[in-house]
Ligand binder design. Structure first.
Ligand SMILES: Cc1cc2nc3c(=O)[nH]c(=O)nc-3n(C[C@H](O)[C@H](O)[C@H](O)COP(=O)(O)O)c2cc1C
Length: 248
């Protein structure tokens, strides 16, 4: 019988520990290319996002106390302002300097390897489809039209909340954005970054009275195909559904 230490999960943790007796790099990959800091789809039809609503909400302590993963939503649409507020909470630029920008959620080395896509099912004034979030311009870039909720649900092990929410957040990683610097340790940081982003989303959704559920179970390559990304340089890492909250 094999021991758990032989599994790739344990081996990954072990082989990517910082250790004073070893170099931080611990690999022989040589210099790695650094991809652009921002992704955009210049040819895609654009939807400008309204300014985030920044509604007055309950205290942070109450919001933390109320945060729950909620999987049932009503058919009530969410507004474009609400969607803008959610996006701002996840990846919005909160400090802008000519040479760099910082965002609402922290990121190892401020490298921001995580990209945001949306599958919009029920948002007022934004037609159904798959969109990429352009962080710098605070706009949506359309990748595909139509309601892809059912297809995404099938790709997420038939979890109904994927398609029944007003919007599905789909986060990908452009792995080299973190790997050129952090080498094999980068996957730790990428997943930590995604966790911060998803928690910001869940707290913002809670503050606005919406339901939200993070989702880690999905067939990666099926989702990559829906997003039209290659699964190599960029691959899906995490999802979250958001919808109007059902009392059930
Ligand atoms: C990394 C991660 C992946 C998750 N994946 C799923 C999922 O695929 N399906 C699901 O129903 N809930 C998923 N959840 C939600 C958890 O089930 C939930 O956080 C947990 O039951 C605790 O409940 P709470 O979030 O309401 O406190 C996930 C949560 C995290 C943090």
């Amino acid at each position: 019988m094999k021991s758990y230490q032989e599994g790739i999960a344990y081996q990954y943790l072990k082989q990517t520990k910082y250790d004073r007796s070893l170099s931080l790099k611990r690999d022989d990959l040589g210099p790695l290319p650094r991809p652009p800091a921002y992704k955009n789809y210049p040819e895609a039809p654009r939807t400008a996002l309204p300014k985030p609503a920044f509604e007055k909400t309950e205290s942070l302590w109450n919001i933390l106390n109320q945060r729950r993963s909620r999987r049932r939503y009503t058919s009530k649409p969410i507004s474009a302002e609400t969607l803008a507020s959610l996006l701002w909470a996840t990846q919005g630029i909160t400090l802008s300097r000519p040479e760099y920008q910082l965002r609402a959620a922290p990121s190892a080395g401020a490298l921001y390897p995580v990209e945001t896509y949306l599958s919009i099912h029920n948002v007022s004034d934004i037609r159904q489809g798959i969109y990429h979030f352009n962080v710098l311009d605070f706009a949506l870039e359309e990748i595909a039209q139509g309601n892809l909720g059912e297809e995404l649900t099938r790709s997420a092990l038939d979890q109904a909340m994927v398609g029944s929410g007003a919007v599905l957040f789909v986060w990908t990683a452009i792995v080299l954005r973190a790997m050129w610097k952090y080498r094999n340790r980068c996957m730790r940081y990428i997943f930590m970054d995604a966790g911060h982003i998803a928690e910001n989303l869940q707290l913002a959704a809670t503050a606005m009275g919406l339901g939200c559920c993070p989702i880690g179970a999905f067939y990666d390559e099926e989702i990559n195909k829906i997003l039209k990304i290659d699964g190599e340089e960029e691959t899906v890492i995490y999802l979250a559904a958001v919808g109007s909250r059902s009392s059930r």
